[in-house]
Design a protein around this ligand. Structure first.
Ligand code: GLN
Length: 188
């Protein structure tokens, strides 16, 4: 069977680590910077980075509209999770940055406090046990009935799914653990 072509949005952020992880999980990762490149993808990853910057760049290149119309699986990690959300409930730039708004959820940005700006954790989820790195991570602070919480860190929801959209507050691509990349590929 042909390897699934997974586009990774490459406007900003840690897209290279995701491409390596997609390849290690048996897919074919490639960089997406244009509507034309997006059109050749079987699935899309929105990486971590700076959601404010990525949101403005998406608009500038017309990719925001193209991603909203993309009917294939999308997975957002960290800043990518923020972009998939429809609202920001707490933290920086509450309500004031461009979002894709695909998922019926609100997120709190940079929400784990200063001493925990960066940490690692193992999380149990229906997709398997996953190891994640949290870097100035958000969490899902509210969600509608279509959104399924899949994992929590302490009491905070950090992995969710709605239809074929997946969002994680953490970065599995910065570890050797390809569990979520494999699960994402299986959903394509
Ligand atoms: N704090 C960043 C933001 O709000 C996300 C951090 C990350 O992607 N590692 O966009």
């Amino acid at each position: 069977m042909a390897r699934k072509r997974v586009g990774v949005l490459a406007l900003q952020g840690d897209f290279e680590a995701h491409i390596k992880a997609v390849n290690a999980a048996g897919g074919e990762g490639f960089e997406v910077r244009s509507i034309q490149e997006l059109a050749t993808a079987d699935a899309l990853i929105l990486p971590g980075g700076e959601s404010t910057t990525m949101g403005y760049l998406l608009k500038r290149f017309g990719l925001d509209t193209a991603i909203r119309a993309f009917e294939k699986p999308i997975w957002g990690t960290c800043a990518g999770m923020i972009l998939l959300a429809s609202r920001i409930t707490e933290g920086e730039k509450r309500g004031g940055q461009p979002l894709l708004g695909l998922m019926d959820m609100g997120v709190a940005r940079n929400a784990f406090g200063r001493q925990r700006d960066s940490f690692e954790a193992d999380l149990d989820s229906p997709l398997g046990r996953v190891h994640g790195v949290f870097i100035r991570a958000p969490y899902v602070s509210e969600w509608g009935p279509a959104v399924e919480p899949l994992a929590r860190y302490e009491d905070k929801v950090v992995l969710v799914r709605q239809k074929n959209w997946l969002a994680s507050a953490f970065h599995p691509e910065l570890t050797e653990d390809t569990t979520l990349h494999r699960a994402f590929l299986e959903s394509t």
